[in-house]
Structure formats: structure tokens, C-alpha cells
Write a protein that binds this ligand. Structure first.
Ligand code: ATP
Length: 266
């Protein structure tokens, strides 16, 4: 899907990034000096002549939580699907873990997009066991992950009868199973109750603290403020802002920064 491209532009000096991000300039640089783990360059994607991504540049540094923010239909899922090789871009390149995209690199990526792929007649534990066996993992790891996402108590209930939130937890469990260094979770908060959102936040923060890189998509501004290190605001098929949350909303009010007249969402 992606061809090896020219080298990626080096990071700008920190002051220059601050200057640019302060006025919400669209850009591809981010303040962390750590190596990018996920990079998109010039992604273009149209559906039936309708352009959704229009030269998208995105850069997720290592060991951080990065949120791709955008309104309904902005192209967040499309971006995730391209990064995961589920659809082809019309143009542009993706790099994962510092290398040009190739399918084998996905062994080190845990992902959830468009809800979980599960066997409806099997319980959460049985579903996880199926995935665990495919990955060469044992029963112990399935149980561990089941507990981590708060599904340990659901017993033999078949997954087809799960609520939306339980399905979201199962999707997360499947993504976590192999303990991958990179997680890509498309709207992981969807369907979760307040407890689930808090648990998810704590889990994601723990994963990042342990050195994993977590990319999520969301439109929940309040939650983002508590969860993310970096954000990219997707507008018109490109990032209107990319950088740290602190630079985006210095006072901590993400909603105000997002909605201000000159803000990234305009
Ligand atoms: N397979 C497809 N065929 C045609 N149009 C599509 C297809 N997939 C997505 N689109 C369109 O592309 C646009 C972007 O969709 P996408 O799902 O990437 O947005 P999103 O930001 O994830 O939205 P949401 O927040 O609502 O999930 C939308 O207008 C959508 O209708």
C-alpha cells in the first residue's frame, strides 16, 4: 500500500513549533523529540469522487497518547483503516515503527476499528482464547486481559447479548492480548459507561507510562483533556493542528480551544 518514501522531515526546534502551534497552524511537527512510531505523509483518499483525506500528514511520537480529533465524517476511521492496511490510500505513505508500512509490522500493533470482530455464540473468555491461540498465547494471558478490561465477571454469557459497552471492552481486550508496543483504537470510549471511561483512561495512561504508544480517535473533548498528551485536529482532510495538548489548550479548556473562532476546528 505504501511505497518507501523520502526521509521524514526532522523535528523543528521547540521554539519554532511553539510559535506555529500557538496560532494553530496546520503542521506535521510535534514537540516531542522522541522518534515517531506512526507517520502518515500526504495521504489522499476519496470515496466515489468525494475527497475525505486531502494530503494528511500525521506523526505520533513514541510512548505517548495521541488523539485524532474530528467531527463526524472527518475521516478518522478512514485514516485508521489506511494505517492498518484495511483500505488503500489513493496516494501517500505510512510508516510504522520507523519503517515503511508492511503487513508484518502489524504483528506489533493492537487495533480496534469498527467494533470488535468476535464470535457471537462464544463468551468473552472463549473469544479471547480463540485469539490467544492464534497468537500462540495461553489461557493465563486471556484471563489477565479479561480482568484488565473489566469483563472477568461476565461468565458464559454469549457475546451476541453484550451491551455496546461490553463489546467495546471485548474489542479492547482483543487489541491488548499480545501486549503490543503500539495500540490504535478507533473511538474506544464509544458505548462505555462513566466507570468504563475512567477505567479505560487509567488503562491507557498505564500503557503509555509503560512505554507503549497509543493512538485513539475521539470527539469527546472533556475526556481528551484528561487522557491525551498530543492531539491532531482533522479538518477538511488535513490536520488543522498537531502538537501537544498543553500548547493547544494552555489553560486546559480543550472545548474553548477547539471552538474559538480562529481555532483548529474552523
Ligand atoms: N466505504 C465507504 N464508501 C463511501 N463513503 C465512505 C466509506 N467509508 C467512509 N465513507 C465516507 O467518508 C467520510 C469519512 O468517514 P469516516 O468514517 O472516516 O469518518 P469519521 O471521522 O471516522 O466519522 P465518525 O466520527 O462519524 O465515525 C464520511 O463522509 C463517510 O460517509
Amino acid at each position: 500500500m505504501s511505497r518507501p518514501g523520502a526521509g521524514v522531515a526532522p523535528f523543528l526546534p521547540r521554539q519554532e513549533v511553539r510559535r506555529r502551534t500557538a496560532r494553530h497552524a496546520g503542521g506535521m511537527d510535534i514537540t516531542s523529540p522522541s522518534a515517531p512510531v506512526i507517520e502518515c505523509r500526504g495521504l489522499i483518499k476519496s470515496y466515489a469522487g468525494q475527497r475525505v483525506l486531502d494530503g494528511l500528514d500525521l506523526c505520533v511520537p513514541s510512548g505517548r497518547v495521541y488523539t485524532l480529533l474530528g467531527r463526524n465524517g472527518a475521516g478518522k476511521s478512514t485514516t485508521f483503516k489506511i494505517m492498518l492496511g484495511l483500505i488503500e490510500p489513493d496516494a501517500g505513505q505510512v510508516r510504522l515503527l520507523g519503517q515503511p508500512w508492511r503487513r508484518e509490522l502489524l504483528d506489533r500493533v493492537g487495533a480496534s476499528v469498527d467494533g470488535p470482530a468476535f464470535y457471537p455464540q462464544l463468551s468473552a473468555g472463549e473469544n479471547l482464547l480463540v485469539h490467544a491461540r492464534l497468537l500462540g498465547l495461553g489461557r493465563e494471558r486471556s484471563a489477565e486481559v479479561l480482568a484488565a478490561v473489566g469483563l472477568a465477571g461476565v461468565g458464559r454469557k454469549p457475546a451476541r447479548s453484550f451491551s455496546t459497552g461490553m463489546k467495546a471492552r471485548l474489542a479492547l481486550a482483543i487489541a491488548l492480548l499480545a501486549d503490543p508496543p503500539v495500540l490504535m483504537l478507533d473511538e474506544p470510549q464509544n458505548g462505555l459507561d462513566p466507570e468504563g471511561i475512567i477505567e479505560l483512561r487509567e488503562l491507557i495512561r498505564r500503557l503509555a507510562a509503560g512505554g507503549r504508544t497509543v493512538l485513539i480517535s475521539s470527539h469527546q473533548l472533556g475526556e481528551i483533556a484528561q487522557l491525551t498528551d498530543d492531539i491532531g485536529v482533522l479538518v477538511g482532510g488535513r490536520l488543522a493542528y498537531q502538537g501537544t495538548l498543553r500548547d493547544f489548550a494552555p489553560g486546559g479548556d480543550v472545548e474553548a480551544a477547539y471552538l474559538e473562532p480562529t481555532g483548529a476546528a474552523r
